[in-house]
Design a protein around this ligand. Structure first.
Ligand SMILES: [Zn+2]
Ligand SMILES: [Zn+2]
Length: 139
């Protein structure tokens, strides 16, 4: 049997989904993910978080709460790195990321701007060489 379930979002919006008797909480979550751009959220039923073990059979509406990503804001931006980023010196001036001592350098965090950076360094060196040459030729 098909029926409708209403998911209230934290905003004024709500999401209406059609589910079957056999739909599980996990199914519902993936359904929400495919029908919206939400990825990190929990479903609340009467003040309690819905878990995979819960049944949807007597639920008609749920509240969706966005969950903050598990990574704390102070952590290094590099993939799964869990080290706190360094203040100031950990900032990448190219991609605006914040990194720990290990991933601070562009090479180490696979910076998107690595190529531009290399080009820039190359140009800087070229200019430097050029200057040195003009200086030495003047002597
Ligand atoms: Zn790191
Ligand atoms: Zn970077």
């Amino acid at each position: 049997m098909e029926r409708q379930i209403t998911i209230k979002l934290s905003t004024e919006d709500s999401l209406k989904l059609t589910i079957l008797d056999t739909t599980t909480v996990d199914d519902l979550i993936s359904l929400i993910k495919t029908s919206s751009d939400l990825t990190n959220f929990k479903l609340i039923n009467q003040g309690k978080k819905l878990t995979s073990q819960d049944s949807l059979s007597d639920i008609d509406d749920l509240i969706l709460m966005k969950e903050e990503s598990k990574k704390s804001k102070k952590k290094c931006y590099f993939k799964n790195c869990n080290v706190n980023y360094l203040k100031l010196v950990g900032d990448c001036q190219y991609c605006q990321g914040k990194y720990c001592h290990k991933h601070r350098l562009l090479e180490n965090h696979d910076c998107n701007y690595l190529n531009q950076y290399k080009l820039l360094e190359h140009q800087k060196n070229a200019i430097k060489l050029e200057n040195e040459r003009t200086i030495s030729s003047r002597v």
